[in-house]
Design a protein. Structure first.
Length: 512
């Protein structure tokens, strides 16, 4: 693969990138004046029809980096029935919906036919749209192949193929599907390929399917924003210890905590923590891959609008979601992938605001913590002082069933007392597991993709030296894809932009 690299020229404006007047006008209306490095680096080449390999994560403006040149190029030519002109592959329905919103926003001066092929919507409805001819087809890989296999979709007219979030596709087991799709699309197509990281499997894929790409690498957010105050917090390793630590942290932050995302490594923890926080009467919602689409969108809406203060989430569920203005991020678990730490805490301190992140650390977390500090090149400070002195757990905290009126007890608890509290909470956990008590809770672990990732992580750490990464069959991926439900009504969830108030990390210069 021959690779041409590019550097961003600092003071570029959108008008310097070669975009059409109609696209430029839509960008101005969206309130953006200065392209981000990934946009400045990719757009001029993409407009010329070159393949682009963009190494950039969500939050860098990478969606517009492919949407804007695509719309410019689509101004010439027309779509034919069942033969989409462009295809964008996304790992999740949310990301697919966000890309659709971007096409609507930037394509407001065009009459683009946009089709979204994602699980949960009836095939008939989607087929009708395909029949009309799609300028833009946005799809998750499994659903797209299902349509292809039903003979309702011809890929021979695809001029531009976008593969977005390729490393996430790898994590979710979609690579065999991607390989298959790439082979179904004419060789003469233009390919725009985006990934936050470049593990060997992804490099192999780019070598196989990209033709002399221009490589644009935005300094990965290995550095964390200076607006974020980061702290590590020691905790016992039992789940109930960690939950108590978290509750104390939240309470200690008082009014400075406007809203927070609490990240867990696994979906089962999302579910458990959500239920526990609910029992302790926190204003909390949860987000994970197995929730019904409508519930997810509602949850996000409530969080964005301030009706919910806390949101417990897994990495997979929160990935790529544009949730601005979060005051706090809590890592209930130290993330297994160091990069996830950067993604997670990047949810706060956005758009020039300040933010705080707290990571709960147990004795077993040293290895993952070391990896984070190595990646970010900084030693994260420990929270000074004993948290229980800062915000002593009260009787009310540990006996949620007593209600808010229960008298508070001042001072710190003795060890024996704390052990009794833990026992009590363990008992509560059993009660919490009863179906009658969890009507509002998200479903238990069934998200195969997420589970698979966790399993893979375990296997990976055991077999690190062997470097094995288990793949998944296309059929399995499609099953995953189909498991998600979505209706068209769910797509009203607007993407929120920063306007001119671009966060500092989006301005990081492009590496050569
Ligand atoms: P993305 O990386 O595509 O998920 O974009 C992250 C956020 O940045 C979205 O809210 C975009 O609307 C916003 N954005 C995209 N381009 C720009 C820009 N040039 N200036 C400021 N914000 C932008």
């Amino acid at each position: 693969m021959s690779v041409d690299t590019t550097t961003a020229q600092e003071a570029l404006t959108f008008a310097d990138l070669g975009l059409s007047p109609k696209v430029l006008s839509a960008v101005t209306d969206a309130g953006y004046t200065t392209p981000t490095p990934i946009q400045a680096g990719s757009i001029p080449h993409a407009i010329q029809g070159k393949d682009v390999l963009g190494i950039a994560q969500t939050g860098t403006g990478k969606t517009a980096a492919f949407v804007l040149p695509m719309i410019t190029r689509l101004e010439k030519g027309r779509a034919r029935a069942r033969m989409p002109r462009t295809l964008i592959l996304e790992p999740t329905r949310e990301l697919a919906a966000q890309v659709e919103e971007n096409f609507i926003k930037y394509g407001k001066n065009h009459r683009l036919n946009i089709s979204l092929l994602i699980g949960g919507v009836s095939f008939d409805e989607q087929e009708k749209k395909l029949e009309r001819g799609a300028d833009v087809l946005i799809a998750t890989p499994g659903r797209m192949l299902d349509h292809f296999e039903r003979g309702k979709l011809l890929l021979t007219g695809v001029e531009i193929l976008v593969i977005d979030e390729a490393d996430r596709m790898l994590d979710m087991g979609f690579i065999p599907d991607i390989e298959r799709i790439c082979k179904l699309i004419p060789f003469t197509r233009q390919t725009l390929f985006f990934s936050a990281t470049m593990p060997p499997e992804i490099t192999k894929l780019t070598e196989q399917f990209l033709h002399a790409p221009v490589r644009v690498e935005v300094s990965r957010a290995a550095s964390t924003s200076i607006n974020i105050t980061q702290r590590l917090v020691k905790s016992g390793s039992k789940p109930w210890d960690k939950r108590e630590t978290l509750r104390n942290l939240i309470r200690a932050e008082g009014d400075s905590l406007k809203n927070a995302i609490i990240f867990c490594n696994r979906k089962i923890e999302v579910s458990d923590l959500f239920k526990s926080l609910q029992k302790h009467e926190f204003d909390v919602g949860a987000l994970h891959g197995d929730m019904d689409q409508r519930a997810r969108m509602m949850m996000l809406d409530n969080f964005r609008s301030g009706r919910l203060k806390l949101l417990v989430a897994s990495d997979v569920a929160a990935r790529g979601l544009d949730i601005p203005d979060v005051s706090h991020v809590f890592n209930f678990d130290v993330p297994i992938h160091a990069e996830d730490y950067v993604h997670r805490i990047g949810r706060t301190g956005r758009a020039g605001r300040s933010g705080k992140s707290f990571t709960i650390v147990t004795r077993g977390d040293t290895k993952h913590l070391d990896a984070i500090e190595k990646l970010t090149g900084q030693n994260i400070e420990w929270h000074d002082g004993d948290l229980s002195t800062l915000a002593p757990a009260t009787e009310e905290d540990d006996a949620p069933r007593r209600g808010r009126g229960a008298p508070k007890r001042a001072g710190r608890k003795g060890d024996g007392e704390r052990k009794r509290d833990h026992k009590r909470e363990r008992k509560e956990e059993v009660v919490e597991a009863k179906p009658a008590e969890v009507q509002e809770a998200p479903a238990e672990v069934t998200d195969i993709a997420e589970e698979r990732r966790t399993r893979k992580d375990a296997i990976k750490s055991d077999n690190a030296s062997r470097g094995t990464r288990s793949g998944n069959t296309g059929n399995q991926s499609r099953r995953d894809d189909r498991r998600h439900n979505r209706s068209n009504d769910d797509l009203n969830d607007g993407t929120v932009g920063f306007g001119d108030d671009m966060p500092a990390f989006m301005k990081i210069a492009v590496k050569v």
